[in-house]
Write a protein that binds this ligand. Structure first.
Ligand SMILES: [Fe+2]
Ligand SMILES: [Fe+2]
Length: 190
């Protein structure tokens, strides 16, 4: 597998872990939850999405998608929709970041607004990921040869994932360990 393709796949796995972690914190807003939501975990998770998937993963996919569109694949309509969603996701990440930051800074934001926006955001991200995993990513194996990858390499520079691959700051180191713990618990439960 080409290193770019591998990194994109790893990114999906990692983003799923971050979304699981975010989702678990959002469940803590329920009135009968056993523990309070951890605002720091939420803000760091959203910060990561802004810093890496929105900044590197989606633009890299746009390059891949354009290479697929040039081949006039029958999935073109879905590819264009997913490409448009990249902008929408970035905007939504920004909005939700601001909303939770306002709540953390003691501005009055009803918990129901936080929960509703967060769940909508998580669904948007998860549906997007699933469609890419199930329908679009397999096209890379089927349709890309060495020449395609050469073209793609010219347009994408691999970047370091600042959370899962050498955390770039203290907040991400903490979040990384938190996510590992969470996954261990999930494994025990299943
Ligand atoms: Fe995408
Ligand atoms: Fe993706």
């Amino acid at each position: 597998m080409h290193p770019i393709q591998r990194q994109l796949r790893n990114d999906h796995h990692h983003l799923q872990l971050v979304l699981n972690c975010f989702s678990k914190e959002i469940d803590c807003f329920d009135f009968n939850a056993q523990q309070d939501p951890d605002m720091e975990v939420i803000l760091n998770a959203l910060d990561y999405v802004r810093e890496y998937p929105d900044k590197w993963h989606h633009p890299a996919e746009d390059v891949i998608f354009n290479q697929l569109l040039a081949k006039k694949v029958k999935e073109s309509k879905l590819i264009k929709k997913l490409e448009e969603e990249h902008n929408k996701i970035s905007q939504e990440t920004e909005k939700i970041n601001q909303l939770f930051r306002a709540a953390a800074e003691d501005c009055i934001v009803p918990a129901s607004d936080l929960v509703e926006s967060a769940r909508r955001y998580i669904t948007l991200q998860r549906t997007h990921l699933e469609q890419e995993n199930e329908i679009i990513y397999p096209l890379m194996d089927k349709l890309f040869g060495p020449d395609d990858w050469k073209e793609i390499e010219k347009k994408i520079e691999i970047q370091n994932d600042p959370l899962f691959n050498k955390p770039s700051k203290r907040e991400f180191t903490q979040l990384y360990h938190h996510i590992l713990e969470l996954e261990k618990e999930r494994e025990k439960e299943s």
